[in-house]
Design a protein around this ligand. Structure first.
Ligand code: OGA
Ligand code: MN
Length: 290
């Protein structure tokens, strides 16, 4: 298959054209996509997937790694189970639309804070793969911050200090400030929504070190009290989200974006009022961060 890869910024992201995810993709093509993704900082947009079936989305996701929601892979009930597609447990819906009975179809305002998907699990997300089915005419971009570059730009002394720290991630951090406390309470199974991870993680496929904390889900640093944790975390967040460290994705309909939660944070910009937006996501279960 003949597809083209074009960088989207100097430090993060590339665009793929000429690829049809509905085709049965062989190992060579899948390997080439994976390599291009890792080579471009863990962000690829595969354009023009208007023909992609839900089954093809799931098959592509599963080729990139075991999927959250897949009955054979993910024994945990998902924290946000009501937003799972009723016919496809691997598909998580991000949307502001309502279903026939007036219930939210997806999680409105999901991700309107800097975060890395499901970092509150012991094995958080590696790739998230988001299909833009319906997008507003204007607005609804998603921002991505390069946490490998952010770490790389620190001094050797700061890097060494941070390598020794663990961070506590807790879904309730987002739930308290954002949405749906009842959902967390309902599904707050033993430890499922809380995890401790190193503040600096080493990518299992590239070997690169990244900052692995995020304002959405990181509650505090192990052994530090809440204020002290902020003294360390807030300047790191400010450093990570400088404009030079960000790629801003303006969606076209039927973009399929694959990002790496091990090395990026992202933020959904909620600037489109009530204009309908509907996205479907598959999410790969990653390794335990180390
Ligand atoms: C997500 C997410 C961002 C967006 O799907 O994990 O944060 O812009 N989405 O919808
Ligand atoms: Mn997200």
């Amino acid at each position: 298959m003949d597809f083209t890869i074009k960088p989207l910024s100097t430090h993060l992201g590339a665009e793929v054209t000429g690829l049809n995810l509905n085709d049965a993709l062989g190992d060579n093509v899948l390997g080439a996509i994976k390599r291009a993704w890792l080579d471009h900082g863990g962000f690829l947009v595969i354009r023009d997937q208007s023909e992609m079936t839900t089954e093809a989305h799931i098959a592509f996701g599963a080729a990139m790694g075991p999927l959250f929601g897949a009955p054979d892979q993910d024994p945990l009930q998902d924290t946000v189970s009501r937003y799972i597609h009723p016919d496809y447990p691997e598909i998580y819906r991000v949307s502001n639309k309502l279903d026939e009975s007036g219930e939210p179809l997806g999680r409105k305002g999901a991700g309107t804070y800097w975060h890395s998907d499901v970092s509150f699990r012991e094995q958080p997300a590696a790739a998230s793969i988001l299909h833009a089915v319906e997008i507003p005419d204007i607005g609804g971009d998603t921002l991505f911050a390069n946490m490998t570059k952010a770490f790389d730009e620190l001094s050797p002394a700061m890097k060494e200090t941070l390598r020794g720290i663990n961070a506590v991630h807790d879904f309730e951090v987002a739930a308290r400030t954002q949405y749906a406390t009842p959902i967390v309470v309902e599904n707050d199974m033993a430890g499922a929504n809380q995890a401790v991870h190193p503040l600096v993680r080493t990518h299992s496929e590239t070997g690169a070190e990244s900052l692995y904390v995020n304002p959405g889900f990181t509650s505090h640093l192990e052994g530090y009290d809440a204020d002290e944790s902020c003294w360390i975390l807030e300047p790191l967040y400010a450093h990570a989200i400088r404009p030079e460290n960000i790629y801003r994705h303006t969606w076209s309909a039927h973009d399929v974006v694959m990002w790496d939660n091990r090395s990026l944070m992202h933020y959904a910009v909620a600037d489109y009022g009530d204009a309908p937006r509907y996205m479907e996501r598959t999410t790969c279960i990653g390794e335990r961060p180390s």
